[in-house]
Design a protein around this ligand. Structure first.
Ligand code: XMP
Length: 326
């Protein structure tokens, strides 16, 4: 596994100048590896796959095809941002797949967390496979593998690759970031001109909002998760917590409670806010969010988000809670 060990001579990429040198070197290496062949990438819009996409657009232009699968479990504005940045601004050969109904139909009535994850993973591979078959002459598959993926799991990390493709779709791999740590990927992404919202994005699980819409996913609760998450992110950004808090999000459980609005009784869902800090996600502490900010966010969520009448703040460190709720 010698070619999976970061060369000792490799300097840590900490400045725009070092990022530019890395980019120039990678562009040459990519051109040499790929020649006039075609490359395919599953582009989630997360920082790793976005940086790989930006490099490949520069290296081989239209011979690079990226596929963005909208499975309906992305955060508010994310699919639109992928289309805007990669198709409109960078002129990439982007295939946008609206697979929302397909995923939600498959997930309908499934409450068990690991079953939900399996369905999302398997359906993702199926959609990607269908798109791959529509493309002629693909010889390479690009992946946003980064060095921690190799160190932690011997090169296999579900959310950074599309392992599980059938035998006749085994392409040669292109992994330009495989020796970089996350902070270096961000410096490179910035130097490539990607927007800050993409480069400094907090970690987001592969199954997306699917593990935050607790139990069997329904469209009304999924929208409540998406809308409340957007409000939380907006307020954290406005109040200097973006980039300071490691991960923050909302979850919506599958039970209702009573409330009152405009003098009328309501029966609606609660929204749970989680905001944690950690180094390696193995343990985590809870961010001490100012109480007046929590009250303000609560007021916004209960007035702006449909089907919600309460907001709760999760005070649990990991352990005993995990970061996600399922
Ligand atoms: P937990 O909930 O296990 O989460 O404390 C630790 C970190 O991992 C993320 N996470 C996932 N990431 N697929 C992913 O790609 C998943 O199924 C998944 N589950 C949890 C979580 O967001 C946190 O950063």
């Amino acid at each position: 596994m010698q070619d999976n060990v970061r060369p000792e001579s490799m300097e840590r990429i900490t400045t725009p100048e070092l990022a530019d040198a890395f980019i120039a070197e990678q562009l040459e290496a990519l051109k040499a590896q790929i020649g006039d062949k075609k490359v395919l990438l599953a582009l989630s819009g997360g920082v790793d796959s976005s940086v790989v996409a930006a490099l490949l657009i520069k290296a081989i232009g239209k011979n690079f095809v990226c596929v963005h699968v909208n499975h309906g479990l992305l955060r508010k504005g994310e699919p639109e941002q992928v289309v805007e940045v990669f198709r409109n601004q960078m002129d990439a050969n982007l295939v946008y797949v609206d697979a929302v109904d397909r995923f939600l139909d498959k997930l309908s009535g499934v409450a068990e967390p690991e079953k939900k994850r399996k369905i999302i993973g398997a359906e993702f591979i199926r959609v990607f496979e269908e798109e791959a078959r529509k493309q002629d002459g693909i010889e390479f598959l690009a992946q946003g593998t980064i060095y921690p993926d190799i160190i932690e799991s011997d090169g296999v990390k579900a959310h950074h690759n599309v392992g599980g493709l059938p035998e006749d779709l085994q392409f040669e791999l292109v992994e330009p970031l495989k020796f970089l740590f996350k902070d270096e990927v961000r410096v490179v992404g910035k130097a490539l001109g990607l927007p800050d919202g993409m480069v400094y994005r907090q970690p987001f699980p592969g199954p997306g909002l699917g593990v935050r819409c607790l139990g069997a996913i329904t469209r009304d609760r999924l929208e409540a998760v998406r809308e409340s998450d957007a409000i939380l992110r907006e307020e954290f950004a406005k109040n200097g917590l973006e980039g300071k808090v490691w991960q923050y999000f909302t979850a919506v459980p599958d039970f209702k409670s009573t409330g009152v609005k405009d003098g009328k009784r309501t029966f609606a869902y609660p929204v749970i806010i989680r905001a944690v800090n950690t180094k390696d996600a193995m343990t985590a502490t809870v961010e001490n969010v100012p109480f007046d900010l929590l009250q303000h966010i609560t007021a916004r969520i209960t007035t702006e988000v449909e089907n919600v009448n309460r907001v709760l703040f999760d005070l649990t460190p990991k352990p005993s809670g995990t970061i996600e709720w399922e």
